[in-house]
Design a binder for this molecule. Structure first.
Ligand code: PLP
Length: 356
């Protein structure tokens, strides 16, 4: 037997894991600097680590109370009602729920190119088709309403990544509102704020007060350092928020994930340190890297290095892992995650040596 025709489906290419690379090079993982997947260089919030340990003993129970508690805490944080918070197995899980709630077979979605690969994958899993809007390097990856609207043809979901991965740029709230205004009533504008905490400025959540066609995605993977537990959430308009109950996997986020998320949200010190260090690292990279970079509002910087794959390979031999951007359609670029000060300095020094 065979699965259904999956020829239109692509495989997600994650940044390379530190253990994988260490094994391949015969190095100690502790000697490597991993700046390839926009992970938190300080690890998880220590409060979350304690919560995960404490939750281990109740892993036999379904996460009913913790799921409700986290939903409520997030609703409070964003001044929305609990039903507007859609927890998921990572932000990626939430993308699936939104596609499941919105798409009829054959509906088309509009995704950024270059951009995050999972938008299109998720839409295809839900029998959708994928169209693209171009973000132009020649225009320094400008993200304005026109960028999106010039390629819009009535798609059901329009994905905006703000801050954008991998360029680091962002949409203004006015641009998001204009896109929502100019698109069809039945088009959902989904603002992916996976890196929202690293940017100054207001979240698109404020638009939900007056609109029912904008939703926002957030994750615990980046600023909270919980990529490994898989926890993210959507914030959706009140009008159709109850669709969650009809599309979610029962207990969408695990007991461990929910307890970790609750603890991390109270750990301001860890989050502040993470955001401040990323801001420092961005500036350091712009100032000292001998390559063109673009202003970033996330915890990473895109750099043009010529042959991205060759540079990433050589860096890897030197113990520094960055993201080669060929899979984003930018083979001349690498994306460097903001590390600790020490890691960032080491990475920049190595990139500069490789480029010379
Ligand atoms: C990291 C990331 C996400 C979410 O990742 P999860 O680990 O699934 O929460 C979503 N969108 C973008 C653009 C990302 O970079």
């Amino acid at each position: 037997m065979e699965p259904r025709d999956l020829s239109a489906h692509t495989v997600y290419q994650a940044g390379r894991g530190i253990e994988e690379v260490a094994r391949e090079l015969g190095l100690d993982p502790d000697d490597l600097v991993k700046l390839a997947s926009n992970e938190n260089p300080f690890g998880p919030s220590p409060a979350a680590v304690t919560a995960i340990r404490d939750a281990a003993g109740s892993a036999n129970s379904y996460p009913k109370a913790s799921h409700a508690d986290l939903t409520e805490k997030l609703a409070d944080r964003w001044s929305v009602s609990p039903k507007q918070i859609w927890l998921g197995n990572g932000g990626d899980g939430v993308l699936d729920y939104l596609a499941r709630a919105m798409l009829e077979p054959g509906d088309t979605v509009l995704v950024p190119e270059p951009g995050f690969a999972y938008y299109g994958m998720s839409a295809r899993f839900h029998h959708g088709e994928v169209a693209r809007y171009g973000i132009s390097k020649a225009r320094d990856f400008a993200l304005d309403a026109e960028t999106v609207l010039s390629d819009y043809e009535g798609e059901r979901i329009v994905y905006l990544t703000s801050p954008h991965n991998p360029s680091g740029g962002r949409f203004s709230l006015d641009a998001v509102a204009e896109i929502a205004d100019e698109t069809d009533d039945q088009t959902l504008v989904l603002v992916d704020e996976a890196y929202g905490e690293f940017a100054d400025g207001e979240s698109a959540v404020s638009l939900l007060e007056t609109r029912d066609d904008v939703a926002v995605l957030r994750t615990f993977s980046k600023v909270y350092g919980l990529a490994g537990v898989r926890l993210g959430y959507g914030i959706v308009p009140e009008e159709w928020a109850d669709a969650y109950a009809r599309v979610n996997t029962p207990f969408a986020a695990s007991e461990i994930a929910c307890r970790a998320g609750l603890a991390a949200m109270d750990d301001d010190e860890h989050a502040e340190r993470t955001v401040e260090t990323a801001a420092w690292a961005r500036e350091y990279i712009y100032d000292t890297l001998d390559a063109q970079t673009w202003e970033s509002h996330g915890n990473f910087v895109l750099a043009e290095v010529g042959d991205g794959e060759a540079v990433a390979d050589e860096l890897q031999r030197r113990g520094v892992i960055v993201r080669d951007c060929s899979s984003f359609g930018l083979p001349e670029c690498v994306r460097i995650t903001c590390g600790t000060k020490e890691e960032t300095k080491r990475a920049v020094a190595q990139v500069n040596e490789v480029l010379h």
